[in-house]
Structure formats: C-alpha cells, structure tokens
Design a protein around this ligand. Structure first.
Ligand code: GLN
Length: 347
C-alpha cells in the first residue's frame, strides 16, 4: 500500500513537472498565416514587375522569341497549399531545371554512389556548358569532380537512365517528371527542334565525356535525350509543385504520392545547393541558403526543406544564365517567410 501510494505521488510529481515544462517552454516558431504567405508572394511580384534587366537566352533560337514580360510566381507549402502571383499558366521550356529530376531518377535507380563515383558532386565554378571544366576535372583533378547540374555531368546522368530502347528511356524520364509535377507533361517541339539544330557544343561535350569514359552508352543518343528533356514544357505552378515535392521528403504535397525515396532527397538538394545556379551558386546560397536550380528558359526553383517549394518564371537572364527577376523574387519571399535552412535561433 505504502509503496503504491509513493508510486502515485511520484507519477503526479512527474506529470506536474511535465506540465510545467510545457508551460515554461518557449512557444514553437509560428508558421506564417496563409495571408502572410500570399502577401509576401504578391509583394515580390509587384516589386520586380517593372525590372527590365537581363536578356532572353538566344543561343537556342526558339528561346529568343519567348515573351520577356512573362512573369509568374508560385509557392507550394509542404501541406499542399498553393500561392501564386502573375502568370502561372504560360509555359516555358524547363531547360536545366530538368537536370535535377534526371539526377533524382538515376539516384533512385542506382543509389547515390553511382553519381558520386562516376560524375562527382563538386561545383565546377564555371559556366554550365564549360569544356574547360571537363578538362580540369579529368586531366588536372583526375576524376569525378563534376556534377549532374552542368551540361557534361547532366548529359552523362541522362546516359545512365535505365531502359532497353530510346523510347523506353524517354518515357521513364517524362513520366518521372510528371509525377513530380502532378500532371502529364509534354515537350515543346519547337524548342526541341531549335535546340537539336544548334546544339553542336553539347554534342561535342557528349563525345568528350564518352572519350574520357564517363558516358558508357551511345553519346549521341544521350545528348539527344538530354536535349528533349530540356524542352519539356512547364508553368510556374508545375515547377513549384516539383520543388515542393523535394521540400516534402520526396512526397508530392498536392497529389500525396511518394515520388522518390525520402533518404535520396538530401543528396539531390546538396548538389542543387552547391551547383544549382552554375558559377553563381555561392552568391545565391549566401543570399538565401536555399538549394535552387535555374534554367535558361527563365525558370528558377528553390527548396526550403520541410517548408515550401517556390518557382518563378521570367525569361530575361543575367550573364551567368540565371533569371534576374526570379532570383530577386525568390530571395525576398523566402527571406520574408524565414525560409533559409541555414538560419537558426539561439536557445
Ligand atoms: N538546354 C540547355 C543547354 O544545354 C540548358 C542550359 C541551361 O538551362 N542552363 O544549353
């Protein structure tokens, strides 16, 4: 009896302590209200609407013709809420943003080491289509010192996607992008044709990667599939849902489908953080802390892990090849919403 009474009083004391701990603990960081998120998105849209810096990519002739005024922002939270401003229905070609999802696909199929040991996961510090970067990595650094988000690494990554025929490989890539976006995506045939006719530099890069033994499949076919993946058509909302899937442990927060393994997501985000905006990746990380990826079609995606994915489309690019408005708008919105994953508060 006595010991039972002691047990009761002990458990009361324990619960009192627990209750006190709850009362005394600082309140959990409050997530922003939907109104605050929408206000941040709308404010950034307004702020950069009149910004006219930058120029459409024109080395792919079809991209020079895209309306430079097209400007749309979408933010998707990990609970699947979608916030938008501006034009979120017009589509552009996904371009280099595709590299993220083909990287994810190869990691899913073959595991993270397949990429790290063949291509590498290091920033080149050079332009996205640099051949010098290949020479440096191969002849001076002596091996896998590239990454899947610059053209040589991206064409190699595409060459690693499994499939018996070109059709089978292509279908599995396009379907994979589609589950990230939550809808069936298609190719902008005009962009695909335009880039296919003018991509001699990428063909040379494919050949070089084959000559150096990184590409083990047919390099011409790899470059051709890579060119087609870059021509997939997307709007700002599609891109934001794709980014939000990466923010949400690989589960599409809108369709609720698990698109990739949760443990593979940080590998993809790590490469985005170090190389997603090419030779300006450091500047971008310094300003935002966000893994991101740009494309010469004018899109940029960024991921705030556990919080949201965001995408902006605006075709005019800066000299590094990154959308001018997209960089500014994403940085403002994320910073306003506490999206920087590198920021912590002292306890
Ligand atoms: N398709 C483009 C190319 O290979 C993609 C480049 C990019 O978006 N940075 O040149």
């Amino acid at each position: 009896m006595v010991s039972a009474a002691r047990d009761v009083s002990r458990s009361v004391r324990v619960s009192l302590l627990a209750a006190a701990a709850i009362l005394l603990a600082p309140p959990p960081a409050r997530a922003q209200s939907p109104d605050q998120i929408q206000a941040a998105v709308s404010a950034a849209h307004d702020r950069y609407k009149t910004l006219t810096e930058g120029k459409n990519a024109d080395y792919i002739p079809a991209l020079a013709k895209v309306d430079p005024n097209l400007y749309g922002i979408a933010l998707v939270t990990v609970d699947g809420k979608v916030y938008t401003a501006g034009d979120i229905t017009s589509e552009v070609s996904i371009q280099s943003i595709s590299k993220v999802f083909t990287l994810a696909k190869v990691i899913e199929e073959q595991g993270p080491d397949a990429i790290a040991s063949t291509i590498g996961v290091d920033a080149t510090g050079m332009r996205f289509n640099s051949i010098v970067a290949v020479e440096m990595a191969h002849n001076l650094l002596g091996g896998p010192e590239l990454n899947s988000l610059v053209n040589p690494g991206a064409i190699t990554t595409t060459s690693m996607v499994k499939g018996a025929t070109r059709e089978e490989i292509w279908k599995s890539i396009l379907d994979f992008y589609g589950v990230f976006a939550g809808r069936t995506l298609s190719v902008d045939q005009e962009v695909f044709k335009s880039e296919s006719e003018t991509n001699q530099r990428n063909q040379a890069i494919g050949m070089l990667m084959y000559a150096y033994g990184y590409i083990k499949a047919d390099p011409q076919r790899a470059t051709d599939i890579y060119t087609e993946q870059c021509a997939v058509s997307v709007n700002a909302r599609d891109l934001a849902v794709m980014a939000a899937t990466l923010a949400n442990g690989g589960k599409n927060p809108v369709t609720r489908k698990q698109v990739m393994k949760v443990e593979n997501v940080p590998r993809v985000l790590a490469v985005m953080a170090t190389a997603g905006l090419y030779d300006d990746s450091g500047k971008w990380l310094y300003r935002t802390g966000l893994p991101g990826k740009s494309g010469v079609g004018g899109g940029i995606i960024a991921v705030s892990p556990g919080k949201f994915g965001i995408a902006v489309i605006s075709p005019p690019l800066d000299p590094a090849g990154n959308s001018v408005r997209a960089q500014r708008a994403i940085a403002d919105i994320s910073n306003a919403l506490g999206g920087n994953p590198l920021a912590s508060k002292p306890r």
